[in-house]
Ligand binder design. Structure first.
Ligand code: PLP
Length: 399
């Protein structure tokens, strides 16, 4: 029996009958960009998360870029973040000319350490960008307290965390903006790229709406006012109708073309109805792993404030490479997220980031040890059992 690291085919087969007719309807509607399908999905995500606004965009990386810019982060501003994450987190910061400041993580749950955040605040610091890594919450109370004290924005990278909670609140809705990815292997994954930014703040919502479509129209003018205080007097135009928005070709900000398309929105909207069930199945698999894996295996310790959505099940091993080889020989897939902490990535240096020249020991340690085991709703009990037995067998050879 094989256990792939992820398996999108089974989920597709299960949803095929539900999804395919709906996709055809979108095809026939010819409303491929914007329109009712995208709006409905945005409303459903906002309702699901308990957020006031949800704005679809091209992918999770762009969600972060939009989120940062909606918080008026400018070139040269410092944004404190974790090095133990996917590259896109800090790439988004650097891509707008801001400076990622990497600080170390906590050894118990691998999320950003609030004590380290406070240590690296300067007069250039404008925001904190915590990442709910593997689906489990950062210490949001401590982060928000620091943010309030120093007047900083909080942009949550919830790319891996849809459905996860902190003290009963959905991740991504706690800071000023929350950024999600719908990459196919995410807990809510599309048939291609997709992303979303959520916020409870009226001004941030207008800016996000404007920036993701070229900073155009009445929203663009309003967004400019919110960002730099410049009030644009709009020419009086007739009321916009469905086909002709007279303001569409008036641009007020340099924005992006970053839109979620209707086909993705439809697939995601259907899957959203199953998300809680999928996440419960992931949690049940995590429980089996925790009970079945031997005493030698170290897991992150999530306290009672944290309800993970179990995007990944990660263990720490002193024999990372050997364990991965052993699993591979037994036809079990695994992930080594993340082998290089971002402060050690070649793309970052003292020229575009801070703390690339120091040691962040916990992030380096966890990166050298972390092995992610297969976890997805379609895994069978037999497959889970096989993973447990195989990992335990490996550790027997180490006794
Ligand atoms: C933590 C984190 N941030 C950002 C991203 C970027 O998302 P996307 O791949 O949709 O651009 C990802 C996804 O891979 C991620 O895992």
């Amino acid at each position: 029996m094989k256990v792939p690291f992820f398996d999108l085919k089974n989920q597709y087969q299960e949803l095929k009958q539900e999804v395919e007719p709906e996709i055809l309807k979108v095809m026939e509607s010819c409303a491929y960009i914007g329109g009712g399908t995208v709006q409905e999905f945005q409303t459903h995500v906002a309702d699901y998360l308990g957020a006031k606004y949800a704005i679809g965009c091209g992918n999770g990386t762009e969600a972060l870029v939009l989120g940062l810019r909606a918080c008026n982060i400018k070139p040269g501003d410092e944004v404190i973040t974790t090095p133990f994450t996917f590259f896109a987190t800090a790439e988004a910061i650097a891509s707008i000319g801001a400076v990622p400041v990497f600080v170390d993580i906590k050894e118990d749950d691998y999320t950003i350490d609030p004590a380290q955040v406070e240590r690296y605040i300067t007069d250039k610091t404008k925001a904190i960008l915590p990442v709910h890594i593997f689906g489990a919450a950062c210490d949001m109370d401590a982060i928000l307290e620091i943010a309030r004290k120093h007047d900083l924005y909080v942009i949550e990278d919830a790319a891996q965390a849809i459905g996860g909670e902190y003290k009963g609140r959905k991740l991504g809705t706690i800071g000023d903006v929350g950024c999600f990815s719908f990459y196919p292997t995410k807990n809510l994954g599309g048939c291609g790229d997709g992303g979303m930014v959520v916020t409870n703040d009226d001004e941030r919502a207008v800016i996000l709406g404007a920036l993701h479509e070229h900073g155009a129209g009445q929203q663009g003018a309003k967004a400019k006012e919110y960002l730099d205080g410049t009030v644009e007097i709009l020419e009086t135009k007739e009321q916009a109708d469905e086909l002709y928005n007279p303001y569409k070709y008036f641009n007020y900000l340099i924005g992006y073309n970053s839109r979620l398309d209707a086909l993705q929105a439809k697939v995601l909207d259907i899957k959203l109805k199953h998300l809680d069930t999928y996440n419960q199945k992931r949690a049940a698999i995590a429980d089996k792993y925790k009970k079945g894996l031997t005493g030698q295996v170290i897991f992150p310790a999530y306290n009672s404030d944290i309800k993970s959505c179990w995007h990944q099940f990660v263990i720490r091993s002193d024999y990372k490479e050997e364990l991965c080889d052993y699993l591979g020989k037994n036809e079990i897939g695994c992930g080594t997220f993340y082998p290089i902490p971002l402060h050690k990535q070649k793309a970052f240096s003292t020229g575009n980031a801070k703390n690339t020249d120091v040691s962040l020991p916990i992030a380096e340690l966890i990166a050298s040890q972390s092995v992610c085991l297969p976890i997805y709703p379609e895994l069978t009990d037999e497959q889970v059992e096989l993973v447990i037995q195989t990992v335990n067998q490996f550790y027997k050879t180490k006794e």
